[in-house]
Design a protein around this ligand. Sequence first.
Ligand code: URA
Length: 232
Amino acid sequence: MRRIDQLIASLGYGTRREAREWLRESRVTVRGVPATDPGARVEPADVRIDGEPLDHPGRLLILLNKPAGRVCSHDPSEGPSVYGLLPARWQRRNPAVTSVGRLDKETTGLLLLTDCSAIVHRLTSPRHKVPKVYRAILDCGLPPGAEAVFASGRCLLAGDDKPCEPATLRRIGEREVEIAVTEGRYHQVRRMFASLGCAVLSLHRTRFGDLDMGNLAPGQWIEFPVNHFDPA
Ligand code: URA
């Protein structure tokens, strides 16, 4: 049960003051009866605004095919963000929708977004070793034995004091590779290839845990049941 004015505001409809106005104007009903008390505690499923059920009163989990040129940040000074691809109301929710880990501005592909901190924690915690798979185009051919270096758990990135967890590398073409990592260090994939002397020209995430993107076009997203990852 939630306070009705808080509930309406937290789902991004407007401020609490606006919610109270709508209550006064009888635009909000609970089980069909106009609600006027902003402090009333209600079941979200019972509430209607202008006759419409509430927009996703539970938690959100979204799978986005991130296009290039969008940042995983809420700071507008960093450029256009992935959140700008979502409905405006969802962008105003509190708790805010955030990305599960980050992709670089120019990285494309599978990005999860959620307002459920338990999901973020579960999927980004190094303890859970959730595999992330990327396709990369490199500026040079990899040296022989690159697979063994990444698989060994001894790949040390510039500036880090702990080597990376074992990662799986597969060569697809002369300069095209697939890599699966279980951590989410800053610029991890680009820095792993840099440790072997290659720059990443393009990077695309194809899988996150057991999820792939199917046929989603860049910029498109789908919703997922929030219990998909069975958060604690
Ligand atoms: N590793 C990177 O270097 N960049 C990303 O965006 C994701 C993983």
